[in-house]
Design a binder for this molecule. Structure first.
Ligand code: ADP
Ligand code: GN1
Ligand code: MG
Length: 363
């Protein structure tokens, strides 16, 4: 049993029966602290996901949880309508005994979800079919959210994928050099600056209204979708913290960034890191088949730019965090954020090396 927090007392705040038998750290998310809770209820073992919400990042937890409540309820209604199982095909919040969507002990904020059983969120693509399934899941999710009333949502992390703003933050971190690390990474800083011209590609298209702002997921990594262990089919899209106004190109691009890497996001040996064009084509096919006819010609044209931009932006965010002393993304070793930045930069170089082919595939 993990003892970082007073779990018996925290778990007792939520509307679940039985006795707590275990609580362990779980998953590989970079943002929240996630735990798998096991209880015994009438001889039966039950599991839940308990998360300590990252309130340094989500400074207004009430607004964040307002969004999550609305989006989970909306998804559940849609799954019910199509005759599916909402407890497996969507995230389900477990309320507190006080009827709230989260619990605060005055210091930390916790939320609980029903554990999606017999399903896996993968850290890398095992085979093409899985990746195709994840594309269908995120495409369907985008399609579903087209019906969602955006005005009900708070923009909890404004400018989340505004690459220009991310670039300004990066430059500010270089100037401040809070940990004296800038001198070690002058080549990486030069690389980001040399590619600075990319920053406006999507932001400008949105500002000029060439592509619409929609309600999007904004964090479409493969490990934010659960695949059914028995059928291999995509079950549920999870990690709804960043559902906000955004672009389809962000969602498409972030999946490509993570899934079309031949190695892990934090692989230190760059000779293993390659952009896998074949997987890009697989995802593209799955996503376009599911996203619906609402996608515009301009959005389609900009999908490959989404892949480049999300990868560039993410690498820049890892490098910025490294310069700022690793305060944003959870790190497990020295230089972890720098290793992550290197993989992203390598992927951008390789994507740009075959960019025409990426555009051709969309056509
Ligand atoms: P983070 O925001 O830190 O990425 P996530 O919400 O993505 O946190 O959760 C981290 C991991 O926990 C996921 O990648 C997944 O493996 C697991 N997980 C999250 N919610 C559930 C759930 N309801 N059922 C089963 N596993 C889950
Ligand atoms: C974070 O929460 P998680 O691990 O799914 C981050 C994403 C990054 C990703 C990089 C809220 O995602 O934006 O692309 O790490 N989420 C937030 O792996 O910042
Ligand atoms: Mg996640």
């Amino acid at each position: 049993m993990n003892n970082e927090f007073d779990f018996p007392r925290i778990v007792a705040q939520f509307c679940i029966g039985g006795t707590l038998t275990d609580c362990i750290r779980y998953g590989e998310g970079h943002i929240n602290d996630t735990f798998k809770v096991t209880t015994k209820e009438g001889g039966r073992e039950m599991h839940y996901i308990l998360q300590r919400i990252n309130d340094r990042l989500f400074s207004d937890v009430a607004k964040l949880m307002h969004n999550i409540e609305l989006v989970t309820e909306f998804c559940q209604r849609s799954v019910e309508k199509r005759g599916g199982d909402p407890l497996r095909e969507c995230l389900t919040l477990v309320r507190t005994k006080a009827g709230k969507a989260y619990y605060s002990d005055g210091k930390n904020y916790f939320r609980m979800y029903v554990f999606i059983e017999d399903a896996t969120s993968y850290q890398s693509v095992r085979d093409k079919q899985d990746f195709y399934e994840s594309a269908v899941a995120f495409g369907n999710f985008a399609n579903l959210l087209a019906e969602f009333d955006a005005s009900q949502l708070y923009e909890v992390l404004p400018d989340f994928h505004n690459t220009r703003k991310r670039y300004s933050n990066f430059e500010a971190a270089v100037q401040k050099d809070a940990c004296g690390r800038a001198k070690e990474v002058d080549e990486e800083i030069a690389w980001v600056r040399a590619h600075g011209g990319l920053c406006g590609k999507l932001v400008d298209a949105i500002e000029r209204k060439e592509i619409p702002l929609r309600v999007t997921h904004n964090d479409t990594k493969l490990n934010n979708v659960m695949l059914d262990n028995a059928t291999g089919k995509a079950l549920a899209v999870i990690d709804l913290d960043t559902v906000m106004p955004g672009s389809l190109c962000y969602d498409f691009g972030d999946s490509i960034r993570f899934g079309c890497n031949s190695a892990a996001e934090d692989e230190p040996d760059l000779s293993k890191v390659h952009f896998v064009f074949d997987l890009y084509k697989t995802y593209l096919g799955g996503y376009l088949s599911a996203v619906g006819s609402g996608i515009t010609a301009k959005e389609k044209e900009l999908l490959p730019w989404g892949a480049v931009l999300m990868t560039y932006e993410c690498g820049m965010r890892f490098l910025t965090d490294y310069l700022e002393g690793d305060t944003y993304f959870r790190t497990h070793c020295k230089g972890h954020n720098l290793d992550r930045a290197h993989t992203q930069f390598r992927l951008v170089d390789e994507m740009l090396g075959c960019f025409e082919k990426m555009q051709e595939a969309v056509k």
